[in-house]
Design a protein around this ligand. Structure first.
Ligand SMILES: COC[C@H](NCc1c(COP(=O)(O)O)cnc(C)c1O)C(=O)O
Length: 322
């Protein structure tokens, strides 16, 4: 079996983003992973550790963790059942089935689908693979930073890292990767959309809170409660994690601008991170003194995502038209 399932993705410099922020912006292109997003790093690592002798895996997902689990299971030759909420677009369900996975549509949001995945794991004796809340996932996701450290070389250290947050798995992996690289002091800008802001709500409340519903169109950020580890990191004085929100309109505009300027189509969950540059969040944080001026090179984790195509983009443009 392969040593790992993820690719060492390109680290591209964005000239237009660099111009907009006044510092070099490096794009870690996780959209080019075989399963379409960064998820394969953690999910692949976890499946290699837990599922080699398994009857099969069952994964709850907004879509992209499921895509990673379906791909990895197929490569490992084990059956996969993916449980997704009804908010997952039909195209994702189609893609999951093309990967050979069995798909169940349960509930309105990820939390409902997760309850069913846990029940199936119990009753069918399957290996449960969560989308964001497990140490093996974070260990796998940390490879995104070790690759950047290898690419940039020890002489160049990011001024800040931008990630989007759903349940907090990517954030936890990035923190771990930064620590491993000796970059624990690098600030992280944690981006969410209004209506899928469970991390921001927890940071503001000073404890984990559960959102009533997911009202953002960035459904792949749609966990109602952030994982405990991500919240703990937000409270850790040795780390600088800045939680910021953008609107769905700003996330969509970022998706469109990225398509025009970098010729890559990503989903709303990724647009939330890109909007940190395109909607001026980075520059505002510098004006507020929460990020240094001048700022060292900005590392943007382009998380990718499969829940987008021209039809979905057109639907969102009509729905979010202000
Ligand atoms: C409900 O959904 C959680 C998870 N998506 C999470 C996700 C994130 C955020 O990652 P997280 O913070 O959940 O580890 C960012 N960018 C993309 C493209 C994503 O799909 C899933 O697919 O099941």
């Amino acid at each position: 079996m392969a040593e790992h399932f993820h690719l060492n993705t390109p680290l591209l410099e964005s000239v237009s983003m660099s111009r907009q922020t006044g510092t070099a912006v490096y794009l870690k292109m996780e959209n080019s992973q075989p399963s379409g997003s960064f998820k394969i790093r953690g999910i692949g690592h976890m499946c290699r550790q837990l599922a080699t002798q398994s009857k099969g895996v069952v994964c709850s997902s907004g879509g992209n963790a499921g895509m990673a689990a379906a791909y990895v299971a197929r490569k490992m030759g084990v059956p996969a059942t993916i449980v997704v909420p009804s908010s997952s677009p039909q195209m994702v369900i189609q893609k999951l089935r093309e990967q050979g996975a069995a798909v169940q549509i349960v509930g309105k949001v990820w939390d409902d689908a997760n309850a069913e995945a846990l029940r199936l794991a119990e009753t069918e004796g399957l290996t449960y693979v969560p989308p964001f809340d497990h140490p093996l996932l974070w260990q796998g996701h940390a490879s995104v930073i070790s690759e950047v450290a290898a690419s940039l070389g020890t002489s160049v250290k990011p001024g800040a890292v931008v990630v989007s947050v759903g349940g907090g798995g990517l954030l936890c992996g990035v923190v771990q990767g930064l620590k491993d690289a000796g970059w624990a002091d690098v600030p992280i800008v944690a981006m969410e959309t209004v209506g899928a802001d469970c991390f921001n709500a927890a940071v503001k409340a000073g404890r984990r809170v559960t959102l009533d519903d997911i009202t953002s169109e960035a459904k792949c950020l749609g966990a109602k409660t952030v994982c405990q580890r991500a919240f703990e990191y937000s409270q850790c004085s040795e780390l600088t994690i800045i939680s910021e929100l953008v609107t769905d309109q700003q996330a969509l505009r970022a998706v469109e601008t990225f398509l025009d300027e970098e010729r890559v189509l990503v989903e709303m969950a990724c647009g939330a991170a890109l909007a940190a540059v395109y909607s001026g969040v980075i520059c505002r944080l510098q004006d507020e003194g929460r990020l240094p001026s001048p700022l060292g090179p900005l590392l943007m984790i382009v998380c990718g995502g499969s829940s987008v195509n021209m039809e979905q983009l057109t639907y969102l443009r009509n729905k979010l038209r202000t």
